[in-house]
Ligand binder design. Structure first.
Ligand SMILES: [Fe+2]
Ligand SMILES: [Fe+2]
Length: 220
């Protein structure tokens, strides 16, 4: 649990929880994550920053696609459609930002084999509605959470100050996306059921991310 903070000490409120410097040091509880990222992953990043940036561009593009798919699939949930259209816009903005960074560094955006993280997480989604909606939204929320946790870490640890600043600047919006997905899952099940399922999926997410990946990726 995060200790209560004075309103003046918080920069922003994400899903009712304050975002502060303390949150940045260990954002996992606010993000419902069951682990923090390993030194193994940080080492992969340090040795392969260009490949990480290219994969990051793919991740932002995929995040926009995921939000767009929700609009197509849950047409009658106006609440969801409005929130998702905001997320589509923000993720595409992030996608452009990464493309700009690649261009400034003389690197080209190109196809990359994705990490197995996303497909492993999607295998956990139950097939029947409304459980399927709950799981799809919570899996999307956990992917946002893990990205957010890792961007926060890169904001702190990268020696390249320009990149550190860039990753740090994404922390707030990805944390907000996480909170939005969790909130929307409550349109498909009661709060207790959603939070219990989130707990189960978060445990499995921590096991999946711990598996790593031979290629350096945002979620390797
Ligand atoms: Fe993003
Ligand atoms: Fe996001």
């Amino acid at each position: 649990m995060i200790a209560p903070v004075e309103k003046k000490d918080a920069w922003a409120y994400i899903g009712g929880l304050p975002l502060t410097r303390a949150t940045l040091t260990d954002p996992a509880p606010m993000l419902h994550l069951k682990s923090t990222s390993s030194q193994r992953w940080l080492d992969q990043v340090h040795e392969n920053i260009v490949e990480i940036l290219i994969d990051h561009a793919h991740c932002e593009k995929k995040a926009a696609g995921t939000a767009m798919n929700f609009i197509f699939y849950y047409v009658e949930d106006e609440d969801l459609c409005r929130e998702m259209s905001e997320i589509v816009n923000e993720e595409l903005e992030h996608f452009h930002m990464v493309l700009d960074i690649l261009r400034q560094r003389g690197e080209k955006f190109r196809r990359l084999k994705p990490s197995s993280y996303g497909s492993r997480l999607h295998q956990l989604i139950r097939k029947q509605e409304p459980e399927r909606a709950v799981d799809r939204l919570l899996v999307a929320g956990l992917i946002e959470a893990r990205s957010c946790e890792r961007f926060g870490l890169l904001g702190e640890k990268l020696e390249d100050k320009e990149l550190a600043q860039f990753f740090g600047s994404l922390f707030e919006s990805e944390a907000r996306h996480h909170a939005t997905y969790v909130q929307l899952a409550k349109n498909y099940a009661n709060e207790e059921t959603v939070m219990q399922r989130l707990e189960e999926l978060a445990i499995q997410e921590a096991e999946i991310i711990a598996l790593g990946d031979e290629f350096p990726r945002v979620h390797s």
